[in-house]
Design a protein around this ligand. Structure first.
Ligand code: ATP
Ligand code: MG
Length: 138
């Protein structure tokens, strides 16, 4: 039933659980799994050399988070990765459109400090605007 699954991964505990579930579903349905990680937007008022340094630091940290995701999802029939500039919800929704995914899997919460929240702001935004089913994992 699902042919194109998107996993949104920020390295949090909830996202790690989401990774396990997305990986299982992708194997079950022989679906393509696309893992998305967005890094914080880089302000354009930063001049050189700070701009280049900041870009390298953020993209390297983002690549490390993507590597963690790839370990968690393991062997997959088809695997794609997208590391792109945030905000996260916009990035996730953009990839969902471009890649025409039919399921988004993400955590209810992420790395944010407000542990009392039931739903993080990024999962709330994706849930509100996505045009496909969204599976929120706790
Ligand atoms: P907030 O960010 O509003 O302070 P939070 O961090 O607890 O709260 P969210 O950011 O909404 O909650 O995280 C919910 C889920 O969204 C995560 O489990 C993950 O699946 C996804 N997500 C969050 N940030 C990113 C990101 N930068 N890249 C990819 N996916 C993300
Ligand atoms: Mg967050």
């Amino acid at each position: 039933m699902f042919k194109n699954i998107l996993l949104a991964f920020d390295g949090s505990e909830h996202a790690r659980k989401a990774a396990g579930l997305a990986a299982d579903l992708a194997r079950q349905y022989q679906a393509r799994l696309c893992v998305v990680h967005a890094y914080d937007p880089i302000p354009d008022y930063l001049g050189e050399p700070f701009l280049q340094e900041t870009i390298s630091r953020r993209t390297e940290a983002a690549d490390r988070i993507m590597e963690q995701a790839l370990v968690l999802v393991g062997e997959q029939p088809q695997l794609e990765t997208d590391v792109l500039e945030g905000p996260a919800a916009e990035a996730i929704l953009r990839v969902a459109e471009v890649r025409q995914v039919d399921l988004i899997v993400m955590g209810t919460r992420g790395l944010g400090q407000l542990s009392g929240l039931l739903l993080g702001s990024q999962s709330q935004k994706v849930l509100s605007h996505a045009r496909c089913p969204v599976l929120l994992v706790r």
